[in-house]
Design a protein around this ligand. Sequence first.
Ligand code: NAD
Length: 486
Amino acid sequence: MATTQMPSKIETRLFINGEFCPASDAGMFPLKSPTTLETVATVPEASAQDTEDAVAAAKAAFPAWSQLSPHDRGVYMNKLADLILESEKDLAYLEAISMGRPISGYWDAKAAAKKLQYYASCGWNGQGRTSLNTPGFVNMTLRQPYGVVAVIIPWNVPVYFFINKMAPAIAAGNTVVIKSSEKAPLTSVRLAQLIQRVGFPPGVINVLSGHGNISGSILSHHMDVRLITFTGSGRTGRLIQQAAAKSNLKNVVFELGGKSPTVVFADADLEKAAKEAAYSIQWNSGQVCMANSRVYVHASVADRFIALFKESFQSVTMGDPTESRVNHGPQADEVQFNIVNRYIESGKKDGELILGGTGVPDHKGYFIPPTIFVQTPENSQIMKEEVFGPVVNINTFETEAEVIQKVNASEFGLYAAVYTRDVNRAMRFATSMQAGTVGINCTSPTGAFDLPFGGWKSSGIGREGIHHSLDNYLETKTVLLKVDGL
Ligand code: NAD
């Protein structure tokens, strides 16, 4: 039973300088439901001219916006939070039909509203320091916004990423151009409608739909964009960083991919560990940067743990993500579906398949069932690269030293987890695992609102979080004031 209805008309146009408009060259791209494979919308592809217009609008809006008090900027942001909460059902529905996210687990709107409410009052924290440590001087630092910030987001949790980046950027006084993912553009346009309803000054927030080429690439190379904040793959992150280097050395904040390990010792609560680790790789059909796609279990409890994991992982309800009973939707599109299937085929050559690994004949969409491989060599492709699907590799280990070496033999370092009742061992792992976040007796997506999130190694540059993000969007200036007679 479908619990939400298609809104009567889906807005798809670009949002530039406070107005909705078609692409300047009338370019459009089709958006297919990954469940029904039918076209659910045709979406304007932002042209080079549209991207230029959006940056110009943001640049023009910057002086007035940056001069507002944090309180006055916050008034707009709080109103937007209210409208997002009112629109929760629409947003969930639009995500379900575009990238297959089940409405049953849709938390993004509430989380986005909470973040907006926090950042609505956090502009006041944009403060520098003062110093009397240089004789004859009263010195200080000022924190000032960069100007135009480009925000490029992926398709897996779009509303949350849109707000998580945009809110601290505008709270700090910047203006923004946001480019959504071509796989999930509808909720970003819906947010643009709410932004227009709030009455933000034109140009403060501009929203483009389109592919990496054209609009993403132009934003990355643009001389008027002083900072780019990006969540997505390492491959694209590298292209953006090259573009930044070739243009104006714009600052970058990157949240990239992962190949997160979870280590389970014999003394752990095995039922809890199995259930949580299975959820970590199943949620959002495994399309989660921090999903624990590598699980290492102590050989002495491997059989029991794997049986528990399998039981939990396979008990999903696959189907139409607009139905409230469903908790396992399709992969986002044909490209993702094919990528995941290619990894499954390579996994079959290297490891032992004990669950899934086949198509789902009774669904015509891009469904991939929960899939488990065991005893896969550490140097095989599927152990090294991000699959981004409901596919897990479970290997066994004997000693701490051996498993730490395996955990850290990855170019990724986003999240790592350890399950053990031994506090000394837990802390040895917390300090030696190379990851931006370590869970002890918990795994991803467990997080903490007030602590930083980000990746070590190739999983990212910089940190996001309520005490950290504002800092990303403020430049620092040292002012030296010589005082006669001091
Ligand atoms: P992607 O890199 O393919 O695309 C992300 C965005 O970049 C899209 O908007 C895309 O249009 C744009 N883009 C593509 N080419 C570009 C270019 N040349 N210049 C500028 N922009 C360009 O990633 P995706 O498939 O949308 O998302 C999945 C990836 O994101 C996974 O690797 C996942 O781990 C990662 N991710 C990381 C986090 C995190 O917090 N660390 C969170 C979610 C997703």
